[in-house]
Design a protein around this ligand. Structure first.
Ligand code: F6P
Length: 324
């Protein structure tokens, strides 16, 4: 293989730049050309490419976002879109691609590989941590720290006003951010899609904590949780039925995806980016690289997307105990 492409696709995540840097520099190390593909699959369809060398990725290991930009391409979901993408890759003499993204990105890569037998290796980059075949996705650790810092600030004002706060965090259908950041920030209750707590139990628990002497409380809710229709309706319901707290809502939103990556994410991205290039050079395809028990391992893309990454029950137990 003489030329490798690299792209970031789907929701951006802190550490994606570190992963791009790792791919580019590993290519240089192995004497392979590297081409950056802008805006994920959309840039692939439009032939929006840039030649990358070791110096074009200087000073990006510490930067959030992605220098290659990102997009969610509807056109790539069509046969015609994928045909254009293939033509562009052939014309640019790119022989394999590293896909940095989440499940949507990997699904696109699998379909493309099936149609054109084009070598693709996935690198998990999403704050959601909802990918099977890795203990951590790139960006998750940074997002956890961002969320914890935000909740620490909310705690100050919650405590001053004796209020109950509902803090909604990202994670799509998964509760990893909510559960881990919730424990880290000392939340009273954590609502995640994987566990149905039920409204009555939530009210009971908040009453109990009020009785135990707490004057303010923080409930972390994953955006994918279905306990209320949405967090604002849930907050109204709790305020009316509890009658013990003034309730406020804070939706943290996209700030969770920004900021400088943590050291953990930078190291993870560097390790996975290097392995992705090595796999392509070894003639491998349709695999995702991930970190399992601190070892870089590979998983079939199909399994990475469809497999179920279990929530940590022990953490749920710890959280319950801590809210006593
Ligand atoms: O997958 C990352 C993520 O931030 C999810 O947590 C969230 O549901 C989604 O992307 C938001 O997508 P968008 O940036 O397109 O609004």
């Amino acid at each position: 293989m003489k030329k490798i492409g690299v792209m970031t696709s789907g929701g951006d995540a802190p550490g994606m730049n570190a992963a791009i840097r790792a791919v580019v520099r590993a290519c240089k190390y192995y004497n392979v050309e590297c081409v950056g593909i802008y805006r994920g699959y959309q840039g692939l369809i439009e032939g929006d490419f840039i030649k990358l060398d070791a110096r074009s990725v200087s000073n990006i290991i510490n930067r959030g976002g992605t220098i290659l930009k990102s997009a969610r391409s509807k056109e790539f979901m069509t046969k015609e879109g994928r045909a254009k993408a293939y033509e562009n890759l052939k014309n640019a003499e790119i022989e394999g691609i590293v896909l940095i993204g989440g499940d949507g990105t990997f699904t696109g890569g699998m379909v493309f590989n099936e149609e054109y037998s084009f070598p693709c290796i996935g690198v998990p980059g999403t704050i959601d941590n909802d990918i099977f075949g890795t203990n951590y996705t790139i960006g998750y650790d940074t997002a956890l720290n961002t969320v914890v810092q935000a909740i620490d600030k909310i705690r100050d004002t919650a405590s001053s006003h004796n209020r109950l706060f509902f803090v909604e965090v990202m994670g799509r259908d998964a509760g990893f951010i909510a559960l881990n950041a919730g424990v880290g920030a000392g939340a009273e209750e954590i609502l995640i899609p994987e566990e149905d707590m039920g409204l009555e139990r939530l009210l009971e628990s908040l009453k109990r904590s009020k009785r135990s002497g707490k004057s303010s409380s923080i409930v972390v809710i994953a955006e994918g949780d279905k306990i209320g229709k949405n967090v604002f309706e849930l907050a109204n319901y709790v305020e009316e039925n509890l009658k013990q707290y003034e309730v406020r809502v804070s939706v943290l939103g996209h700030m969770q995806r920004g900021g400088a990556p943590s050291c953990f994410d930078r190291v993870l991205a560097s390790r996975l980016g290097v392995k992705a290039v090595e796999l392509l050079l070894d003639g491998k395809s349709n695999l995702m690289v991930g970190l399992i028990d601190n070892k870089v391992e590979t998983t079939d893309l199909e399994l990475a997307v469809k497999g179920h990454h279990a929530i940590n029950k022990e953490l749920i137990r710890v959280s319950d105990m801590m809210s006593i």
